[in-house]
Design a protein. Structure first.
Length: 332
């Protein structure tokens, strides 16, 4: 069934053969999670509602199931009309409510340390699928931040990701500040270029290692799209627009946490304005814990900071329900 969810205000105007005032009223009601159906929208003529009556409104579907972590993190499992399954994570603290959304069912990047990569690629998610993860029942309260760090490679579904970001940030849409949306990527150059040229939101590159051959073993996309190429694009974007460029660096004991890695990372990012987020490695089911000790991570961060590179250690949440970084799809 057709759905209004995923359409822009101008597309709603065309479909409903209505003026801007009425299409904006419908879009606002749809994307700001107002209760009830279209018949409750004030100041929209009945004839317009009749034209749209056979189109699903709001068109958002509920999750199939959910799990709650001991730390309060909630993971949702969705299944769309095509039968594709994907997971979403809701994280709350005192100041923000963040939704970690998926852009694909599975992923074709094949990173060996990621459960989603092992799950394989099942398909791209539609704009409706992406927005549903923010609007669905169970995502209670006002969402302040959105991160595309769930299942899939956003740059491998860039058109739908950009459309979703447009609706999330539009005044007639969810009205989320572009600076509160971050899209994560292993680095697909054409998609990154398109994203940086079309969207004002933040970008995070999953680096893993500053050494080409080593990164290639863990991030196969490095063969076609070198990380250094992506970082040069990020440097240009940092100087042109006020948005955050960052590198996600998953730390594995004795693998990428050495003094040599630290010095290479400093050289790669010095003077770039790119922030480094250090993350513990989350072992996949059945694996042993090979994450770098916290003491090692603290020293690594300290040495980056004193060299002039902004760095922090990202707190892990939801690991007990396979909702932490790299674990989505572990239970599918």
């Amino acid at each position: 069934m057709k759905s209004l969810c995923g359409l822009t205000a101008s597309e709603i105007a065309e479909l409903g053969e209505c003026n801007e005032k009425h299409s904006l009223a419908i879009a606002n009601w749809l994307y700001k999670s107002k209760p009830g159906g279209m018949e409750l929208i004030p100041d929209v003529p009945r004839k317009i509602k009749e034209k749209l009556k056979d189109i699903s409104f709001p068109g958002v579907f509920a999750p199939v199931s959910s799990l709650k972590s001991a730390d309060g993190t909630v993971k949702f499992l969705f299944r769309n009309e095509s039968g594709q399954e994907f997971e979403t994570v809701l994280l709350r603290d005192a100041k923000r409510t963040t939704v970690c959304v998926s852009s694909q069912s599975g992923c074709r990047m094949g990173c060996p340390f990621c459960a989603t990569g092992k799950y394989g690629f099942r398909g791209n998610l539609s704009v409706r699928d992406i927005l549903t993860q923010v609007l669905a029942p169970g995502i209670e309260g006002k969402v302040t931040h959105v991160v595309f760090m769930g299942m899939g490679e956003p740059m491998d579904n860039i058109d739908n990701v950009l459309r979703a970001c447009e609706i999330m940030t539009a005044s007639w849409g969810m009205a989320i500040s572009p600076g509160k949306i971050t899209v994560s990527t292993v680095g697909i150059t054409p998609g990154v270029r398109k994203y940086l040229g079309s969207c004002n939101s933040n970008l995070a590159l999953s680096l893993f290692s500053p050494f080409l051959e080593e990164r290639l073993r863990s991030v196969p996309a490095e063969k076609s799209y070198p990380a250094r190429e992506i970082i040069e694009l990020m440097k240009s974007a940092t100087s042109l627009k006020k948005r955050r460029m960052s590198v996600a660096y998953i730390m594995i004991r004795g693998v990428n946490d050495t003094a040599a890695h630290l010095e290479a990372l400093k050289g790669l990012l010095h003077g770039s304005g790119i922030r480094v987020n250090l993350l513990p490695y989350h072992q996949l089911p059945g694996d042993v814990n090979i994450s770098s000790p916290l003491e090692t991570m603290n020293k690594f961060r300290h040495d980056l900071v004193i060299s002039g590179i902004s760095a922090s250690i990202r707190k892990s949440k939801g690991a007990d329900i396979s909702a932490a970084c790299g674990l989505l799809a572990a239970g599918l």
